[in-house]
Design a protein around this ligand. Sequence first.
Ligand code: AHR
Length: 814
Amino acid sequence: MNIKTLLSVLAMPAALMAQEVPDSIDVLAYSSFDGKGGLKLAWRAGDAQPWQPLGYTFVNSDFGPWGSHKTMFAPVLEHDGSQWVLTWVAERNGYVMAEATSPDLLKWSPQTYAMSQADRTRSAQYAVAGEGVLGNVVRMPKAEVDGLIDYVAVRRELDDKYAETMAGDSERFASLGASPLKYTVKAEPKKAKPISDMLIGIFFEDINYAADGGLYAELVQNRDFEYQPSDRGGDKGWNATTAWSWPAPEKGSYEVATASPIHENNKHYLSLSAREAGYAIANHGYDGMALSKGLYDLNLKARGNASITASLVDAKDHQLASKKIAIDSKDWKDYSATFDVARAADGSKLVLTFDAPGQASIDMVSLFPQATFKGRKNGLRADLAQTLADLHPRFVRFPGGCVAHGDGIDNIYDWKGSVGPLEARKPLRNLWGYHQTRGLGYHEYFQFCEDIGAEPLPVLAAGVPCQNSGTNAHHSHDALTRFGQQCGIPMEEMGQYVQDVLDLIEYANGPADSKWGALRAQAGHPEPFGLKYIGIGNEDMITEVFEERFKMIYDAVKAAHPEVEVVGTVGPFYEGTDYERGWELAKELQVPYVDEHYYVSPGWMIYNQDYYDGYERGEGATRVYLGEYAAHLDGRPSNIETALAEALYLTSVERNADVVAMTSYAPLLAKDGHIQWRPDLIYFSNTDVRPTVDYYVQQLYGQNSGSLYIPAAATLGTDNEKAAVRVGSSIVKDEATGDIIVKLANLLPVPVDASVDLAGLKFDRKKTPVATVIAGHPDESEAAPRSVAISAPKSGKLAYEMPAYSFTVVRLRK
Ligand code: AHR
């Protein structure tokens, strides 16, 4: 039984709640003084008896920015005759009141918030287990309280299961002995069903310096002098001159200027005055520039009168290459040079030195290797892009995540600000605490998708920013937004926002002579990109504000572009209010796909392999895009344990790939020294790229996906229930090649002798199968796939000993 089934069995009939029956008892609904931890309940047997806490959070406040800002003060619980109504003070200063309703104290409605001076008089102070709390007392039938107690016990049991880690395996599985367990699998080809051939994709978000300083191959940091303290919460050290330095400041002066800029979206530039030769500015790139032997293109915009030497120097200031540039224009003009670098040099910088006294204004100082991915101008770092391409992703979701819906309305990722000439793009504060040049913008994302043969899946905000937004000054006429989130783009602006979404489809798919198609053509791509999917929303709170805006966008896209399928959103978790209401809404509106997110423990994945088994499927049913997921262990490592949990879980996803159409691990990229979230699929520095074990699991799935699922009856020769859920398999046919692919996951500390009966399936029984295995100790983080010899299954039976803690993919060729 998975978590959803279990909890629905336990849910109590609403009608029984809160009746004053003879055995009614006092229940205290409360929260802590500091507002942290949400709604708790306690009961007592009689007036003089102590309160017995149920030890569970029944609902959390979702108002305010992430983490400790989400507070619930002075809750008041009441029953209005048909349902429970909970109100609380949602904000420390007492300006916001919140409300949610529930039929049974387990399922909760979306929360609503209103500006109102807090009324704390209806809650009182109590002591629960020696701790002072604020709340109120209601009467409930004892039987109902017992039901809640049972519910909490079941949640605890589940939590214990989900907390299971492989660290305890030697004890847990001591009884299995040393000899391999038998695992018999019998394929049932007659029950074969079509599945999605787009199951494995990637989710690219600019987090952890994934874009600027990462995948985007630009080497100059802050090339446009547009960094602002507000990118980093008011940090004054993060400004127009960040990443720039002045090797000989006494020889001249500079000013960050804004008069007559190159573009209104790019207001700042440097105005330099050299009193004598040798005045210079240097750019250190992103933690230094890692140069390789090869050609590099320097481009800059300048005006003034100066002779400048542009040079690349290594970490010890030894010159690697240099070129002279004569600035000779009153107006902004493009200047360029190509450097031929003869040797690799990490920690290098770009230096612009005045050869004589002079004056010049400069902006958009850019240095790219010519060897970008596929040699594209304004392109991507070749090694990183290739590592992504090697996953063989069928789609790319971009540009976020939270980056897509933004920290407040002003921070929503407006796609129009990310296309066109580089100097015309609108830089944007990155909500992960840095800056987006958006040189890697929508056009480049589309281009990358095309270059790697993946479908683009852009995600646009559903007219609401991130529910965890911390800022929202723009629309301050709605005072609620002063505290962040829960606001939407004002309705009078929604018409334009909806049009922006439609315009994106025109940019991607419209003819080259359409308004937005022409911009794409000017960027060098007259042919349409063939956009088929568009995401609306990212794990938003499913509130009225959201629903109203989502529907507007959804209806408009459906009406104007029935050929483009919408991917909706169902909150950040695998259960709960947003998940439930999000799904209801998707079904009501017949949204083709919804985007589910869950970051969970390996134990959750092990014990929820039936998560999708009960999902509605078939004609007209909304399908799932599992857009963000990963196995999280304490300390957030990427290792054999996390990777195998994902591999095992994906066997169950593949089994359900008629309803789960797409999946993508998250996050994708993380740069050393700038890691904001762990684990990630790929770590990198300026010089190296380090795929994780989890990456290799994704790669094995991506390179060995199928379009037909072959169900099988599988039995593990043990009655140890904990062992039984640790072994899984999946058989698919790749109809493009005709190959049969068998995936075998063994999460046990002992080997497992697998016998896979493939009778009835067509493949060349004489050809040696291609088999690849990842195996290692659960703690191991360096493991990589290796080939393994497997005999041809002459009789149609594949015999293979699955190593302890392993994932194996066997490809049987046509
Ligand atoms: O993947 C990192 C973040 O996790 C995404 O930005 C967001 O959608 C989720 O909360």
